[in-house]
Design a protein around this ligand. Structure first.
Ligand SMILES: Cc1cc2nc3c(=O)[nH]c(=O)nc-3n(C[C@H](O)[C@H](O)[C@H](O)COP(=O)(O)OP(=O)(O)OC[C@H]3O[C@@H](n4cnc5c(N)ncnc54)[C@H](O)[C@@H]3O)c2cc1C
Ligand SMILES: NC(=O)c1ccc[n+]([C@@H]2O[C@H](COP(=O)([O-])OP(=O)(O)OC[C@H]3O[C@@H](n4cnc5c(N)ncnc54)[C@H](O)[C@@H]3O)[C@@H](O)[C@H]2O)c1
Ligand code: SF4
Ligand code: FES
Length: 808
């Protein structure tokens, strides 16, 4: 098998790999290096994350298990720093050397940071990746004044996000009107009016000379000498291709890595794709052309016949609520163009079609973009307009997302999903051939809707049109458990109960799963649901668990493992500390570290050492890898602290001993503080206890991670027994109603705290929840003890090859 190495784990590169896997799974052993610590995610949707419409979790496109299932050796957080084309090797920043037969460079771009004094101060960022997005969200919690430099697509989407985060957002722009690369001055002015009405401020035709402040930014000075204040500066002044890996090699680099029509560089077996590639002197910054490149390259790499890539004309839209615009091709008239213009200022609609030699050369639409795709198709196909009137050009029947009638009159070759180049015919064919009934399924088969998501309504309309009477609108757009089924979580639960199903295979078979093996999304979800619904009879399927749970250890990015034993309530003994020290020394453990959950972790453990280390430790597993109770953090409480009114350690230890190993929809953390000073950070735990005079306040759905959230007060109880009972009630209600992989913070926001309180108000309901939980708690055993006693488990999990996948 040939070895394909890819540098870059982003949108264009992974599309090539997906296409290769579809065309020939057996052809390559694949290794991917990614500089970011994440699996492939939808970068486009970072704007939606910043604007608060979605979460980082929701924009992951290929989960860690996807890499594993496709035998991809993934190295994240590990940039390649050198290519040796003579010896056909790549070298990473950590010194890893890997040989390749075929090398694919897919390193994308970086934000262009203006080379002006002060650009390196704290509070100055680009907007390119998850880290930048998180930086902005964090700054917005503390500071007020945001300045975005650059009034292009990215700058305006960033500014809208910062407004949504409660900041004042000003945009500094060099040109006389916004988005001058996509809009003419009329549309640019209309856009500025709309955004001003939404609360943005603009500084037009201003060039930044310097960023002011000591260590942290306080403002900026323009070249005309005027100054404005700023706590955060976002640079959105364009991008530059990441070509550093090709430097000091014979690979030709210009603005990007130079490729021919088959994405081949001048060096044999080395290819480039995506924003880092320069094709016919053009580098692209939108996914549609990059996906076209990906298709061509995948065909080339799998030996399939394919026409070369000839370059693209791109269409753009802005992802800001309340703004409807579309632009493609040329923007401004010249002496060879004629134009059709409609400017209805009253309704805020502007349309300009530029025509040269009787063919559409450019489109600018503002306020009504329903003709966008039809006109874009005419532009791309160079349709001859001879004999057509301006009214016919603007109003020929089209799709435009307007429902059944429009869809019927849409030509087959009309582009429905601009990002992925999917036409109406491809979608209709996929629906009929594969009996698809949901928008997500259409996405799974054709990729339509998998990028910016704008076309999803139109895909829904095409489903309605194709399926006719059998179309069910609610079903088409509902959130199914995964792409293998049309059923959502509630329906799957109802079917399992009604039909008495008792294994994942049985569920998949009886409920007509499309993929009989399921996928990395549904297998762990079904395993959880079956165990939750039928705790006494269901036999846990370790093969259906997420990889870390299967191994009972977190796999680190270098292929080693972590060992984290329990320390109930963060309390340990001299004897346990000695044991940990001894194994760390004996097995040469590279890192011994106190974790955030008040325990001691051994990191960098070799797979072969896992069993002997656990045997010698003879301590319970801390489940630091599981969707289960992780830790109960406690303060020292009244035993030692003069402010303490309660015994926090005792409650914490009791809670941890009672609920350890319990499967929950997502990881679950607790905190117990013995007074409102809250030293155990109980306010940012899934369930947190705060000692008050005469009892405990119980806070729920707090989160200290990426979605920082203060917990909500659920209730106040008087005794430890009541605290334990309320924890059982809350935990079991969460277990029975949350979606798999839904943290309590998201669950409480989705269901509503008041609804949860109401649901558990009745004492009889509470009693039943507690009873069901008590039964469930009897099904768990100590995993490492079991592994040490069971040869089969040892052979299956701890004596085979290393997998290099980082799992969070
Ligand atoms: C906020 C935002 C919104 C956007 N909105 C849209 C939109 O609405 N529509 C649209 O079409 N496009 C949009 N884009 C652009 C689109 O996201 C990009 O065109 C696309 O992601 C480029 O794909 P790529 O694979 O070439 O690069 P990337 O997705 O950037 O992937 C490249 C990866 O390679 C990694 N890498 C770089 N150097 C190395 C190295 N030496 N070793 C290992 N790894 C390396 C990078 O860290 C990165 O993860 C948007 C971009 C942003 C930032
Ligand atoms: N909706 C979308 O399709 C979308 C959204 C976000 C990002 N993107 C892509 O991401 C990439 C980056 O976007 P971008 O908007 O940064 O790039 P861009 O090159 O499209 O726009 C940069 C803007 O910054 C302005 N500018 C340049 N120097 C400046 C200065 N010194 N002061 C003030 N303004 C200055 C330019 O006039 C220009 O309008 C692009 O490839 C873009 O296509 C696309
Ligand atoms: S939370 Fe209160 S009781 Fe606990 S350590 Fe802090 S001050 Fe002391
Ligand atoms: S148009 Fe962007 S995903 Fe379809």
């Amino acid at each position: 098998m040939k070895h394909l190495v890819m540098i870059g784990n982003g949108m264009a590169g992974i599309r090539v790999i997906e296409e290769i896997l579809q065309q020939n799974r057996e052809m390559y052993q694949i290794t991917i290096f990614g500089a970011e610590p994440h699996p492939n995610y939808n970068r486009i949707k970072l704007s939606n994350v910043l604007q608060g419409d979605t979460t980082i979790d929701d924009i992951i496109m290929n989960e860690w298990d996807w890499y594993r299932e496709n035998n991809i050796d993934l190295h994240v957080n590990e940039a390649i720093v050198q290519i040796d084309t003579n010896n056909k090797q790549v070298i990473s920043e950590k010194g890893t050397i890997v040989s390749y037969d075929e090398l694919l460079i897919a390193t994308g771009s970086s934000s262009f940071i203006l080379p002006i004094p002060g650009a390196d101060k704290d509070g100055v960022t680009g907007f390119r990746d998850i880290k930048d997005c998180e930086t902005m969200i964090k700054v917005a919690e503390k500071y007020k004044k945001a300045v975005v430099i650059g009034g292009g697509l990215l700058g305006l989407e960033a500014a809208r996000g910062l407004l949504n985060l409660g900041m004042e957002a000003s945009v500094v722009h060099l040109a006389p009107h916004l988005m001058e690369r996509q809009l003419d001055s009329t549309a640019g002015a209309m856009l500025k009016n709309e955004l001003e009405a939404q609360g943005m401020k603009f500084f037009m035709e201003k060039q930044t000379a310097e960023i002011l402040g000591e260590e942290r930014v306080t403002g900026l000075r323009f070249t005309d000498g005027s100054e404005i204040e700023a706590d955060l500066i976002v640079m959105a002044v364009g991008i530059k291709a990441n070509t550093q890996v090709a430097q000091n090699t014979d690979i030709i680099v210009n603005r990007g890595i130079v490729v021919n029509d088959f994405m081949e560089t001048n060096i044999p077996n080395v290819y480039a794709v995506g924003e880092c590639a320069e094709h016919r002197e053009v580098t692209y910054g939108l996914v549609a052309p990059l996906y076209e490149q990906a298709k061509v390259l995948a065909a080339k790499l799998t030996g399939n016949e394919v026409d070369g890539y000839e370059g693209s004309i791109v269409g753009t839209q802005l992802k800001v609520a309340g703004v409807d615009l579309f632009s493609a091709g040329e923007i401004d008239e010249d002496d060879r163009t004629k134009s059709i213009k409609i400017h209805n200022d009253f309704d805020g609609v502007y349309k300009k079609i530029l025509i040269r030699d009787n063919r559409i050369a450019g489109i600018v639409l503002y306020g009504d973009t329903s003709d966008g795709q039809k006109l874009f198709r005419m532009l791309l196909k160079r349709e001859d307009l001879t004999g057509m009137t301006s009214t016919q050009i603007l109003h020929t029947p089209c799709g435009g997302g307007g429902g059944g009638e429009d869809v019927a009159s849409m030509p087959d070759d009309e582009l429905v999903c601009g990002c992925n180049g999917v036409t109406k015919k491809t979608i209709v064919d996929a629906i009929t051939t594969n009996e698809l009934t949901t928008v997500d399924e259409v996405g799974g088969c054709t990729n339509a809707g998998r990028s910016c998501g704008r076309c999803k309504d139109l895909v829904g309309d095409i489903l309605a049109y194709t399926l006719g009477d059998s179309f069910d609108k609610n079903a088409a757009t509902k959130k199914t458990l995964c792409g293998c089924t049309t059923l959502d979580r509630e329906e799957v639960v109802a079917e399992i109960q009604e039909k008495g199903l008792n294994s994942t295979k049985e569920v998949m078979y009886v409920l007509g799963w499309k993929n009989e093996e399921g996928c990395s999304k549904c297998r762990p979800a079904l395993n959880y649901l079956l165990g939750m619904l039928n705790p006494t009879e269901y036999i846990d399927e370790s093969n259906s668990r997420l990889v870390n749970e299967k191994m009972h250890a977190n796999i680190q990015k270098d292929g080693t493992y972590s060992v984290i034993p329990r320390m109930y309530g963060g309390v340990t003994t001299a004897e346990d500390l000695k044991k940990i020290g001894e194994v760390a020394e004996k097995y040469d453990v590279p890192l011994v570290k106190l974790t955030g959950g008040q325990r001691i972790g051994l990191f960098g453990v070799k797979k072969d050492d896992l069993l002997p280390i656990w045997e010698e430790l003879d301590m319970p597993s801390g489940y630091a890898y599981g969707k289960t109770l992780r830790t109960v953090k406690t303060c020292v409480g009244k035993t030692f602290c003069r402010y303490g009114t309660q015994d926090s350690m005792s409650l914490g230890i009791e809670l941890e001993k009672k609920f350890e190993r319990l499967d929950t929809p997502h990881k679950f953390k607790m905190g117990v503080s013995a007074c409102p000073r809250n030293c155990a950070e109980s306010g940012i735990k899934d369930i947190g206890f705060v000692g008050v005079d005469g009892g405990w306040e119980i806070y729920v759905a707090g989160n200290g991670g990426t979605d920082l959230r203060a917990g909500d007060l659920l209730c106040t109880v008087k005794t430890e027994e009541e605290a334990l009972e309320m924890t059982s009630v809350f935990l079991q209600y969460y277990r029975e109603t949350a979606n798999y992989l839904e943290r309590t913070s998201h669950w409480v926001e989705r269901i509503g705290l008041e609804n949860i309180k109401e649901a558990i108000a009745d004492p009889e309901t509470r009693k039943q929840l507690v009873e069901r939980l008590e039964v469930t708690l009897t099904r768990y055993t100590e995993p490492w003890k079991e592994a040490l006693e069971n040869k089969e488990i040892q052979e299956k999990f701890y004596k085979n090859r290393q997998i290099k996948v980082e799992v969070n």
